[in-house]
Design a protein around this ligand. Structure first.
Ligand SMILES: *[C@@H]1O[C@H](CO)[C@@H](O)[C@H](O)[C@H]1NC(C)=O
Ligand SMILES: *[C@@H]1O[C@H](CO)[C@@H](O)[C@H](O)[C@H]1NC(C)=O
Ligand SMILES: *[C@@H]1O[C@H](CO)[C@@H](O)[C@H](O)[C@H]1NC(C)=O
Ligand SMILES: *[C@@H]1O[C@H](CO)[C@@H](O)[C@H](O)[C@H]1NC(C)=O
Ligand SMILES: [Cu+2]
Length: 382
């Protein structure tokens, strides 16, 4: 029985003393089952007439790929359709005109997302709105793909806990037509400096332009601003350096357990700080960016790598799991309105608006705290 350790952890043992199962992917499946069971038990659509969102009609955001075990299963075909349709729709946004004339660098609608994020970088990371701002951004992205580009599915996520010891095998990065492109071509550089300059990650085998998969030749028009990769020189095509040193060390059972049911899960403050990483540490959110390397590792403009959205869907999935498992604190926020409170600023509040420029209406944090709240969110992960 592979789940046998986890119930003990749920019954109050802390992850720092218990020996966690080594298989993070299995633990994640277990947590998923807990969450679904809890939602079945507790979710009731509010009766205020505004919310028509139920578990039965909620969108389901799925893993980018279910794996070869499902080769002969109809889900496999649904998934294949989803990935190809998603890639098509991303290209569609990329060939759609920019909607933000104030950002002259934005050449197309894909760029508009990079621009809006870049402009607000210091007010959406290490802040009270980090989780909800990114949740709302990727929701708008998902809806945009659907309404403007005819995408039929929902936003897929990159499951960090699969293939983390060899990212070139990950269906997100394996470089075939159903991936978001492979590694960059080899370009000698001295690793990446991360964790606010305190951690050095060795180079992977890439560093240059992505030469395989559906986005070959994809140009970037905004940034880089602050790439973690050393010796980055702007070449205006998407660069990557799949950095297994970041994923292997960080996408662990220990880190997964800590933020979901361990010590760090106690409050939203400890959850979000541990997810993002206390100063000078590499944790789950950062590791995804630095595992992509290249453009994906630039805190201002990481949206230039299309895998950004799948990465942040996984960030949001952990937030969702944490919220469902911690209902008493699920709707609270913690932190100020400036990056690591620098410069010092007031605490964030659930009435604070999430600003999206021309991408969509500004709405308060409280409207996106519940992914089944119907204002506007209505989705779960599976
Ligand atoms: C950039 O963000 C500021 C607020 O931080 C906003 O006033 C300004 O309009 C934004 N610029 C663009 C072009 O969206
Ligand atoms: C690579 O970077 C690290 C960290 O900044 C530094 O300690 C090391 O000396 C650098 N190596 C080379 C060859 O530049
Ligand atoms: C778990 O998170 C807490 C913060 O809440 C942190 O102090 C602790 O070091 C983390 N444990 C591990 C093993 O990373
Ligand atoms: C965040 O939570 C910590 C620990 O509970 C608390 O000390 C701090 O004052 C809170 N900060 C804000 C800005 O809410
Ligand atoms: Cu961000």
């Amino acid at each position: 029985m592979r789940f046998s350790l986890v119930p003990a952890l749920l019954l109050g043992a802390t992850v720092t003393t218990a020996a966690p199962s080594k298989d993070a992917a299995t633990i994640l499946q277990y947590l998923q089952k807990q969450v679904e069971a809890k939602l079945q038990e507790t979710h009731q659509a509010p009766v205020d007439g505004r919310n028509t969102c139920t578990l039965a009609n909620a969108a389901i955001r799925r893993d980018w790929y279910f794996g070869p075990l499902l080769l002969f299963h109809s889900l496999f075909h649904d998934t294949l359709t989803m990935t190809l349709d998603y890639i098509r729709a991303v290209k569609c946004l990329w060939t759609s005109p920019s909607v933000d004339p104030a950002f002259s660098a934005a050449q197309n609608h894909f760029d508009d997302y990079v621009a809006v994020h870049m402009n607000q970088t210091n007010f959406i990371h290490g802040t009270a709105n980090f989780l909800t701002w990114h949740r709302y951004l990727i929701y708008i992205w998902e809806q945009n793909l659907r309404t403007q580009c005819g995408y039929k599915g929902y936003l897929p996520y990159w499951n960090w806990f699969k293939h983390q010891t060899d990212l070139t095998k990950s269906p997100v990065f394996d470089g075939i037509d159903t991936s978001l492109g492979g590694d960059g071509e080899f370009s000698a550089h001295n690793g990446s400096v991360v964790g606010s300059g305190r951690i050095w990650l060795p180079s992977g085998n890439g560093g240059g332009c992505v030469r395989s998969g559906p986005f070959v030749g994809f140009t970037i028009n905004i940034g880089p601003v602050q790439p973690a990769m050393q010796g980055y020189s702007p070449v205006f095509t998407d660069r990557r350096d799949l950095t297994t040193a970041a994923s292997t060390s960080t996408f662990t059972a220990e880190n997964l357990l800590n933020v979901t049911i361990g010590a760090a899960s106690a409050t939203v403050g400890t959850f979000q700080d541990e997810l993002q990483g206390p100063l000078g540490t590499l944790r789950l959110h950062g590791a995804g960016h630095y595992a992509m390397g290249g453009d994906g590792s630039d805190v201002f403009t990481s949206l230039n790598d299309p895998a950004f959205y799948l990465h942040h869907a996984m960030v949001d999935r952990l937030y969702w799991i944490w919220q469902v498992l911690h209902p008493a604190v699920a709707n609270t926020v913690n932190g100020t309105i400036t990056f690591r409170n620098n410069p010092p600023s007031r605490p964030g509040r659930v009435d604070d608006l999430l600003e999206m420029g021309e991408l969509g209406p500004a709405i308060p944090i409280k409207d996106v705290l519940n992914t089944l709240g119907g204002t506007p969110l209505c989705y779960i992960y599976r």
